[in-house]
Design a protein around this ligand. Structure first.
Ligand SMILES: [Zn+2]
Length: 334
């Protein structure tokens, strides 16, 4: 037997659209514990309360409810009095933060980006450049202390020499090409928070299986004063500085360098400027989200005795990833 959905007239359709926009989660979405669900996703309410909130006339409700579905899990059999979830208040706040940051700064960021393409070392002659410098210098940006944790650095195997720990450490001054958070020849240490991420970051093409060196590091003491450029959902809503939030939301922090062999990399102008500002303001480094995989990268500006290699580097066979987004080349260029 086929079940036909009731036909909605134009007005009913309008209320359906509104109700559907509110309905984001349902009971099926929630994890179960001992036979009953634990509500964690979205703000708990009922379909009927959603109808009330949008002033949906009573005569449409029975028909509309049959058209509603849960966008999160696909469940589509709802009753008017069923428990469902509307969007998380936290998520709503984050979205509004994101939109506010973007609408206020997007044009300014584009103009700054174009300015730097013309005059790479004249960031300070652009209003946004001055603002970024001032806010970082005055420590109005978000910073974090990185606690005692393990970090990893990887290097592809391209010859038969056996690497020692020092071969995996920061390259000496004069050796590295420019990268996302450093200038050509500057010595900085890039680390990843997992072996997998270190490998993904280090390989030119992570979809191709490769042999790779990995060195584990341990932070033996907390490193404080690290500029926080993590761009994940949990952290983004808590960023207090709108300029930095806008830079993250605009994607310019993670802009991809298409051709690594090309010497012209305007994608790094804003980020290396931010790194200069952070260095001059006394930050130890920058913690930022990887654009290649989930996880975080840490770039440390100066040799830091708190970071110690654990044993010697090991060889790994990296099996390769099917589909990896190429956005972040910051690990490649040394
Ligand atoms: Zn659901």
């Amino acid at each position: 037997m086929y079940e036909y959905l009731p036909t909605l007239n134009k007005t009913a359709e309008k209320y359906r659209t509104k109700a559907q926009r509110e309905l984001k989660y349902c009971v099926t979405c929630q994890p179960y514990d001992g036979g009953s669900y634990v509500w964690i996703m979205g703000e708990e309410t009922t379909v009927e309360e959603i109808f009330d909130s949008i002033d949906c006339p009573e005569r449409y409700r029975d028909d509309i409810v049959e058209h509603l579905g849960c966008p999160n899990c696909g469940n589509s059999s709802f009753d008017r009095y069923d428990t469902v979830g509307t969007e998380d208040n936290y998520r709503i706040r984050v979205e509004s933060h994101y939109n506010k940051a973007l609408s206020k700064y997007n044009n300014k960021i584009q103009s700054f980006r174009e300015h730097l393409e013309q005059f790479p070392s004249l960031a300070g002659s652009h209003p946004l450049g001055r603002k970024i410098f001032k806010e970082i210098r005055e420590k109005k940006v978000d910073s974090i202390n990185v606690g005692v944790t393990s970090w990893y650095r990887a290097r592809g195997v391209d010859h038969s020499k056996v690497f020692d720990s020092k071969d995996l450490h920061a390259p000496p001054v004069g050796k590295s090409s420019g990268g996302r958070f450093h200038h050509s020849g500057q010595s900085v240490l890039y680390l990843a928070d997992s072996k997998d991420l270190a490998m993904t970051e280090a390989l030119e093409d992570p979809s191709v299986p490769s042999i790779i060196w990995i060195q584990e590091y341990k932070l033996i003491e907390t490193i404080d004063n690290v500029l926080d450029l993590r761009y994940d959902w949990d952290n983004f809503g808590q960023l207090s500085n709108l300029t930095m939030a806008a830079l993250l939301a605009s994607g310019c922090i993670f802009e991809r360098v298409q051709d690594r062999n090309n010497k012209w990399k305007p994608q790094y102008f804003i980020t290396s400027f931010i790194a200069d500002c952070a260095r001059s303001a006394g930050y130890s480094g920058i913690l930022y989200s990887s654009s290649r995989d989930s996880g975080f990268n840490l770039v440390l500006f100066n040799n830091n005795d708190n970071i110690q290699p654990v044993g010697k580097p090991n060889i790994f066979i990296y099996e390769g990833r099917g589909s990896v987004n190429f956005f972040d080349d910051s690990f490649i260029d040394f």
